[in-house]
Structures are given as C-alpha cells and as structure tokens.
Design a protein around this ligand. Structure first.
Ligand code: MN
Length: 257
C-alpha cells in the first residue's frame, strides 16, 4: 500500500488574502496534501498569541485562484493550535508559515506572527518552518515558496528535534541571482523606533510607535549578514530561551527569600 502523502498545514500572519500564502500553498502542494488555515486579517508583529477571552470563529473561504481554504478570527498561533487540536481531521505532519511580506531577522522573531505560528507547532511537537521575504516592496514570492517547499521535503524526511523550528529568510532576488543558502545564527537587529505623539479631535494625546524600518549588524554567520549578501538564510531556532551561560553567575547571587 502506498504511504499517504504528508499533510502540511500552511498558515501566515499577513492574512488569508496575502499573495505569499497562495505561492506557498502552490509550492507545498508538490510535497504533500496542503490544508490552509490562516487569520482573516493581517496580524504582522502580533507575537505569540493564545486567544483565551473571546471565541474563535473559523470559516471556509474561496481564495483568489478559486480554491477553498479555512480562515479564522484568531491569531496565526491560534490558527496552528486550532488545526493541531483537531479542527482539521487528518493529523498534521508539518506546519509551514509564510511567505511573509517582510523579513523576520534577529529579534524580529519575538514580534513575528509568522515565526510564532511555527513556534506554536514546535510546542505541540510538530515540525515547523517559517518563511519570510526580505522586502516591503511589491514582491514575487515564488522563489521563496519554492525553497520553502524543498526544505519542507527535507524536514519531513529528516525530522526536527522537539522544541526546534527553522526560520527562513529569502532575499527578494530572481533565483539565478541568489548567492546560495547559508545556515545561520540569529543576528542583532537595530530598531529605529520613534515615539510619535499626536492629538485626537478631543484634544487628548495618542501615540504611534513609528520610525524607519530596522537595520541590523551584518556580522558574518548571522541571518542578517546572509540575506544582506544575497543568500537564503536558514536559522534553527529553539523554544528554550534559557541563557545557559548565565546560570553559574546567577547561582552566585545566592538568592534567598
Ligand atoms: Mn507579516
């Protein structure tokens, strides 16, 4: 009996109508059976969310190419939780999140709905990949989606240890201009956030966190360096955030109640 096709959940944080989602679905369909369950609006920079104080709705929607998908009122991580908890009846073998419109490099992963969707899968012991394209301009997601699908294939074959996911960032270049693939560590983002204060029609102040897009330290071996130099970056990320090398020092504080 032929083994069944692997079942891949595709989600994102840009919302169910985002072109990066369709490109990813098309590419992943070459690797397995794809189910889409994605948020019904843009959740970029929403971080890791578990919606606990309001109901989650799920509806069947028709995508731009006429195919159907599931969309939810929840966050990207909620979408993954819903699917893995049984909303989708067949077990999920792999979660692929993206293709995000904008990079998720360095500390971005803590803000990213794209990456936290993959983290939610890792918490549930399902292998996961987050994929982002390093541009905020009009973009073609096909190269990133195609690479994600080939990585999905390898991930299904090799598996990933528990509590680990792969964070992928792709430069916005045609395939023949991409320098190659680098396995990287997280780099250091430089945020240039500015506090913007305005006054509402009632005379009260309100605030935006504004400022130009972040840059980063282009240290060789990091995700930021790789993408800046035309490479696809693949960073294995773990949920264990313990600063292991700080444990002895904090022990020496001899903490007491
Ligand atoms: Mn996004």
């Amino acid at each position: 009996m032929p083994s069944p096709e692997p079942h891949i959940l595709v989600t994102n944080d840009d919302g169910i109508r985002a072109p990066g989602l369709l490109a990813l679905r098309d590419a992943c369909a070459e690797v397995g059976d794809v189910t889409i369950l994605a948020p019904n609006h843009n959740w970029s920079a929403s971080g890791h969310v578990k919606t606990m104080h309001k109901p989650l709705r799920v509806s069947k929607v028709t995508l731009a190419d006429g195919t159907s998908a599931l969309s939810t009122t929840g966050a990207p991580s909620d979408a993954v939780a819903l699917a893995l908890l049984g909303l989708v009846d067949r077990p999920i073998d792999l979660v692929v999140s993206g293709v995000n419109h904008g990079a998720n490099l360095g500390h971005d992963v803590t803000y990213s709905g794209t990456v936290t969707a993959a983290m939610e899968a890792a918490i549930s012991k399902v292998p996961a990949i987050a994929v982002s394209l390093n541009t905020r301009e009009q973009a073609d997601f096909e190269v990133a989606a195609r690479f994600a699908a080939s990585l999905a294939q390898q991930t299904l074959e090799r598996g990933l240890p528990e509590g680990v996911l792969l964070n992928v960032n792709v430069p916005p270049l045609p395939a023949d201009e991409i320098a190659g693939v680098r396995v990287t560590r997280m780099g250091l983002r430089i945020y240039r956030d500015e506090l913007i204060q305005r006054v509402d029609p009632r005379g009260k102040p309100y605030y935006w966190i504004g400022g130009p897009a972040p840059t980063g330290v282009e240290e060789e071996g990091t995700d930021i360096w790789a993408v800046a130099n035309g490479y696809i970056s693949v960073t294995p990320i773990q949920l264990d955030l313990t600063a292991h090398n700080l444990l002895p020092a904090v022990h020496e504080w001899e903490l007491k109640l």
